[in-house]
Design a protein around this ligand. Structure first.
Ligand SMILES: C[S@@+](CC[C@H](N)C(=O)[O-])C[C@H]1O[C@@H](n2cnc3c(N)ncnc32)[C@H](O)[C@@H]1O
Length: 268
């Protein structure tokens, strides 16, 4: 545990590694001093940390909004900041029935599958370009016993068209520019490049989805985007150019984090 501390991991990730290594519950990890450690396994884990492999790829799991999601090197590791988007959707839709929702760029399914369990969703689409990431989201759906009224679409949202319209579109797209990629921590660079980096200075997905607002959304539909800390102005400006209304929500660190978009002022 002391040697793991040198990798600057948050304490939650150290406990996760300990519970994984000792095959014990996360809640027991804090008091695990008297457990016998499998030295070979411990050395393997430390070697992976030395190579800057993220803890979640070692344990194959990450907690998101109070539930443990399966992750692997094909999926982005769900981030705590993304819970802001989830909270915002729940706040606005907790009393609404029969919601149809699409999670675009769904990765492990963290956003869509969480909302399926928190809201009254009658139909959920998870869409991702990466078939292996989509496979992980299928395993997560099974894990949470979500078997009905879900479809998994493997497609490129930049060339996607659909007959079906949704009440809610949620999307945490890749939004890092190629230039910013160079400054990322080594652990982050272990995540799939195509899950992180987007063309047009990180904005291509927002622009494409906003241009397709009428195709994706029902008349009262709403889009919820996660954004990078400096992207709010560009996304709001582009929404206005598409005759849409946008609002920015900050995260707990005070950074711009979520953009909510509607086609009339009443939705905001
Ligand atoms: C930032 S990750 C978000 C994953 C998940 N929604 C989350 O919040 O943890 C972006 C996801 O977009 C997917 N993606 C990248 N390019 C795409 C495209 N052109 N069409 C659809 N999905 C794409 C990646 O495979 C990746 O799973």
């Amino acid at each position: 545990m002391q040697r793991a501390e040198k990798y600057n991991l948050p304490i939650s990730q150290i406990y996760d590694l300990v519970s994984f290594m000792l095959h014990i519950e996360y809640s027991q990890a804090k008091n695990a001093c008297n457990y016998e450690v499998d030295d070979k396994m411990a050395e393997n884990i430390l070697a992976l940390l030395e190579e800057r492999v993220p803890a979640a790829y070692i344990t194959g799991r990450r907690e998101f909004y109070g539930r443990e999601f399966i992750v692997n090197h094909n999926t982005l590791i769900p981030r705590i900041e993304t819970e802001i988007l989830v909270e915002e959707v729940i706040k606005r839709y907790k009393d609404i029935n029969n919601i149809e929702l699409i999670d675009i760029c769904s990765g492990s399914g963290a956003i869509g599958l969480t909302l399926m369990q928190e809201l009254n969703i009658s139909f959920l689409t998870l869409l991702d370009i990466d078939s292996q990431a989509l496979q992980v989201s299928k395993h997560n759906a099974e894990k949470f016993n979500l078997k009905k009224n879900i479809e998994f679409i493997c497609d490129d949202i930049l060339n996607y068209t659909t007959e079906k319209k949704y009440d809610i579109v949620v999307c945490n797209p890749p939004y890092i520019s190629e230039k910013e990629y160079g400054f990322l921590q080594e652990e982050v660079k272990k995540e799939p490049y195509h899950a992180l980096v987007a063309e047009d200075n990180g904005l291509i997905f927002y622009k494409k989805i906003l241009s397709n607002f009428e195709i994706l959304c029902k008349s009262n539909g709403v889009i919820f985007f996660e954004i990078g800390a400096y992207q709010a102005d560009s996304v709001i400006e582009y929404a206005a150019a598409c005759s849409l209304y946008a609002e920015c929500i900050k995260d707990y660190s005070g950074n711009d984090r979520v953009i909510v978009v509607t086609n009339s002022k009443r939705g905001i």
